[in-house]
Design a protein around this ligand. Structure first.
Ligand code: HEC
Length: 452
């Protein structure tokens, strides 16, 4: 039986509401930079940079050529120029890039809170006092062979996918792919796949189960699932490989990728040679999800530009588009009969569309945050969403509010997959764990590769 549920994943964008840039208190309320309050603000800011930025912006790992550990280097900035300009918060890149909806967005997979953004802004506006000692990260014992360039224990699960026979689950834990044996309880993982240096963003199985593709920053690795040997590599993609899927005939691998601030590109690769068959610019900005229609002919794509677009897979030509959401579209799932498509947005709305007429059939409001992933396991009217509060929600194609809210995972969810019979759902969380829910909405399994 074929499964048309959401089985890839998407990069998460945490922009909820667009905050005004000047969200922090005006100068009249601000503390003087030299006073005790200023030192306090500086300490808070240093801790914020330490906890959310430094692991990617230091001397060893200077993403975007930016090192934020030393004030002088932060002022020089990265490839694009100064990261901050003391006294001018709104013009400073570190403020611009942390706003909801910005592209590039920092930290890439998280949204800082309004209060944190306000504190950083106020700190820059009042002179950006630097406290180097407060920036030091305590040494942690990290297995570098496992973690590659990821210096901390941050191993979010941005991507997971079940094998077509539902016996194996491949999940990205940071930059490591673990193939969990989910057919037997408490069994050790079947494989740990190394080779990505950055966080795994997307994972896809071929429909025959013979190949697994894993996508990270600019790179896709292809694995033979019989012995987990590496059988191919695509490099030099424009940026993060934010979504991926195989066509139902196994002949083609579809990737979505974009350079920061650039158009999202779809590329079709021959599975046998990894030669590029076709590519085109599909969205203005990141493509967060892909879904192939059950007839195998149409590809639906979800964009940061708030659009859902439909393409003919044979020619790469646009068939139609929907102005779907008021914020980036993060997730897609076809109803298994192909008549309807569900889209989830950073506007916290789930929408259901008639795929023939483009008409909006239902809007489901009441999710607490991003709808990061959707599964539509059966031909009936029930679908399941994964959201920021870690809960799954049972929705229906006609109800305007979520029906049941299921048990909450320990952290926000990025991705979701479901078994062919619809009885088990697997969600990947920001805390590095994978959770499984049964149809009563209870969490029955927690997979934590750190403990295996
Ligand atoms: C997980 C790694 C990671 C974290 C954490 C991170 N960044 Fe970045 N940052 C990047 C990458 C990668 C780039 C390059 C642009 C891109 O690919 O999106 C970048 C680029 C930047 C740039 C632009 C540099 C230039 O001039 O090209 C700024 C400014 C920046 N980050 C600020 C921050 C701030 C502030 C934080 C913390 C709130 C942060 N980053 C956290 C990975 C990270």
């Amino acid at each position: 039986m074929k499964r048309f549920a959401h089985r890839l994943t998407l990069a998460r964008l945490a922009g909820l509401t667009l905050l005004a840039l000047a969200a922090w208190p005006s100068a009249g309320v601000a503390e003087p930079p030299g006073g005790a309050g200023g030192a306090d603000l500086a300490r808070r800011t240093m801790h914020l940079l330490r906890d959310h930025c430094i692991r990617c912006h230091n001397a060893k790992k200077n993403k975007g050529q930016l090192n934020l550990t030393i004030r002088a280097l932060a002022l020089i900035g990265g490839g694009e120029g100064p990261a901050l300009i003391p006294g001018r918060a709104t013009e400073s890149r570190i403020i611009r890039y942390i706003q909801p909806g910005s592209d590039p967005h920092m930290p890439p997979k998280k949204q800082l809170g309004a209060e944190q953004i306000a504190a950083l802004g106020q700190w820059i506006d009042t002179g950006a006092k630097w406290l180097p000692d407060e920036l030091v990260i305590e040494a942690k014992s990290v297995d570098h062979a496992k973690l590659g360039r990821l210096p901390t224990g941050y191993q979010p699960v941005f991507a997971l996918a079940l094998s077509p026979d539902d016996k194996q689950l491949a999940a990205g834990h940071g930059n490591l792919v673990t193939v969990h044996n989910v057919a037997e309880k408490n069994k050790a993982p079947l494989a740990k796949l190394t080779g990505h240096r950055d966080v795994i963003q997307s994972i896809a199985w071929s429909a025959d189960g013979n190949l697994l593709a894993t996508g990270g920053f600019r790179k896709v690795l292809l694995w033979n699932t019989a012995d987990w040997s590496s059988v191919g590599k695509i490099s030099d993609l424009p940026g993060r490989v934010s979504a991926m899927t195989f066509t139902t005939d196994n002949a083609t691998l579809i990737t979505a990728s974009n350079a920061p601030g650039q158009a999202g590109e779809i590329a079709l690769w021959k599975t046998t040679t990894l030669g590029k068959r076709l590519n085109w610019q599909a969205h203005g900005g990141t493509i967060f999800d892909l879904a192939i229609a059950p007839d195998g002919k149409t590809l639906a794509t979800a964009g940061a530009d708030r659009l859902v677009r439909f393409w003919s897979l044979a020619k790469g030509e646009q068939v139609m588009q929907i102005e779907a959401h008021t914020a980036p579209v993060l997730s897609l799932a076809y109803k298994p009969d192909g008549a309807l498509l569900a889209s989830g947005g950073a506007d916290k709305e789930l929408k259901i569309w008639d795929t023939k007429t483009r008409e909006q059939k239902t809007v489901v409001t009441g999710h607490p945050g991003n709808i990061a992933a959707i599964a539509w396991p059966a031909k009936n009217a029930e679908l399941i969403t994964a959201s920021d509060d870690g809960a799954l929600r049972l929705c229906s194609e006609s109800g305007t509010r979520p029906g049941k809210t299921w048990a909450k995972a320990g952290d926000l969810l990025h991705c979701l997959d479901v078994t062919a019979d619809g009885q088990l759902l697997y969600g990947g969380a920001d805390n590095g764990r994978v959770y499984a829910w049964n149809r009563n909405g209870k969490i029955t399994i927690t997979l934590d590769p750190g403990k295996q």
